[in-house]
Design a protein around this ligand. Structure first.
Ligand code: DAT
Ligand code: MG
Length: 148
C-alpha cells in the first residue's frame, strides 16, 4: 500500500491543530501507520528541504521548522501521496481553496501549517529521513473493507 509523509509544522502544533488535521486524514479513509512529536534538528531540516537551499527563504524556512515541536506522521492508502496534497491545498494559503487544510487554517506562505510529500520518490525519501522501519506499524482495520 502507498505511504506518504505528513507533518504538522510548529505553527500548527502551537495553534492546537494536530487533532483537526489528523481527523481529516482519518475521516478521508487513510490509515495512520507512524507518528511522533519531535523537534527537528537544523541538520535534519536542511536535509529535508535540500531542494530549496538556493532559495532566498531557505534560512527562514529552516529556522521556522526547527522553532518548536512538529507532529510527524506516515499515512497509508490508495493514491495517498497525491490525495494528501489535495487535502493540504496549495503552498500559499492565500491561494489554497476553502476546504483544504491550508485554505481553512493558514494565512501566509511562511506559516502554512502542514507539510506533505509531493511525489512517490519524495515520500520514500522523507519517510526514511524521519522514521526507522520499526517505528512504522502494519495492521488491519475492519473498516478497510468499507473503503476499498
Ligand atoms: P510545499 O510545502 O507546498 O511542498 P514548497 O516545497 O514549494 O511547498 O516549499 C516548501 C516550504 O517553503 C513551503 O511549505 C513554505 C516555504 N515557502 C515556499 N515558498 C515560499 C516563499 N516564497 N516565501 C517564504 N516561504 C516559502
Ligand atoms: Mg515541497
Amino acid at each position: 500500500m502507498e505511504k506518504t509523509f505528513v507533518m504538522v509544522k510548529p505553527d500548527g502544533v502551537q495553534r492546537n491543530l494536530i487533532g483537526q488535521i489528523t481527523n481529516r486524514f482519518e475521516k478521508k479513509g487513510f490509515q495512520l501507520v507512524g507518528a511522533k512529536l519531535m523537534v527537528i534538528s537544523t541538520e535534519l531540516a536542511e536535509t529535508h528541504y535540500a531542494e530549496h537551499k538556493e532559495k532566498a527563504f531557505f534560512g527562514e524556512l529552516v529556522e521556522f521548522i526547527t522553532s518548536g515541536p512538529v507532529f510527524a506522521m506516515v499515512w497509508e492508502g490508495d493514491n495517498v501521496v497525491n490525495t494528501s496534497r489535495n487535502l493540504i491545498g496549495k503552498t500559499n494559503p492565500s491561494e489554497a481553496s476553502p476546504g483544504t487544510i491550508r485554505g481553512d487554517f493558514g494565512v501566509i506562505v511562511d506559516k502554512n501549517i502542514i507539510h506533505g510529500s509531493d511525489s512517490l520518490e519524495s515520500a520514500e525519501r522523507e519517510i526514511n529521513l524521519f522514521f526507522k522501519q520499526d517505528e512504522l506499524i502494519s495492521y488491519e482495520k475492519q473498516e478497510s473493507a468499507w473503503i476499498y
